[in-house]
Write a protein that binds this ligand. Structure first.
Ligand code: AP5
Length: 188
């Protein structure tokens, strides 16, 4: 199974990405998790990443590609992947598609999680463990960044015929059931 999770901050990409990865037995690759881990380890790269994460800005495409692409290719040997948070810009999507074509692989589905902005704000404000970038101001900026840079991927993948639009406002189990109903057919 090769799935890309797309959606605004707080839509449930991480939550549902975990569940998809377990169901189909493939690695869940989260760019945000990867970057937060790098920040926590205080590597030189982590120090650079922290500035972008704290501000809710996008990490530059070349750095993202450097950190992610090899992992995606390696995960393919484990039977596929769930990509959560990547690609996030058109240049990233184009670079990912090029690398995938070179490896003879491609995404089977792009799951687009749709949730109204006011619900997203509540979810991020309520997040239990609290993330530095969940303050109201930074969360608002992350949503603006999504609208400007990531939402265009909806058209990009719609043109390629692999978009699956899911209403991600209901409770987590209901959203998972709606996703699995579609992905199970692809996995057959
Ligand atoms: P990233 O970690 O990807 O953050 P995000 O896209 O803003 O998404 P979140 O993790 O906040 O939300 P989510 O959609 O995964 O929802 P979740 O399941 O957590 O990226 C962080 C930063 O890294 C970016 O701002 C950027 O700086 C950088 N970055 C990452 N990738 C990049 C890239 N490719 N290029 C450039 N920069 C990049 O759920 C949220 C909350 O809601 C949780 O508390 C959850 O329990 C709850 N919840 C989930 N589903 C439901 C539901 N159905 N009902 C009720 N509550 C729910």
């Amino acid at each position: 199974m090769r799935v890309i999770m797309l959606g605004p901050p707080g839509a449930g990409k991480g939550t549902q990405g975990d569940r998809i990865a377990s169901r189909y037995g493939v690695p869940h690759i989260s760019s945000g998790e990867l970057f937060r881990d790098e920040v926590a380890r205080q590597t030189e790269t982590g120090k650079t990443l922290q500035r972008y994460l704290d501000a809710g800005d996008l990490v530059p495409d070349d750095l993202v590609l450097h950190l992610i692409l090899d992992r995606v290719i390696a995960a393919h040997e484990e039977g596929g992947w769930v990509l959560d948070g990547f690609p996030r810009t058109l240049p990233q999507a184009e670079a990912a598609a090029k690398a995938a074509a070179e490896e003879g692989i491609s995404a089977q589905a792009v799951v687009y999680l749709e949730v109204p902005a006011e619900v997203l704000a509540d979810r991020l404000a309520d997040r239990g463990e609290g993330r530095a970038d969940d303050s109201a101001q930074v969360a608002r900026h992350r949503l603006e960044v999504f609208t400007e840079h990531t939402r265009p991927l909806l058209d990009y993948y719609t043109q390629r015929g692999i978009i699956v639009r899911i209403d991600a406002s209901p409770p987590v189990d209901e959203v998972s059931a709606a996703i699995f109903a579609v992905l199970d057919r692809i996995d057959d």
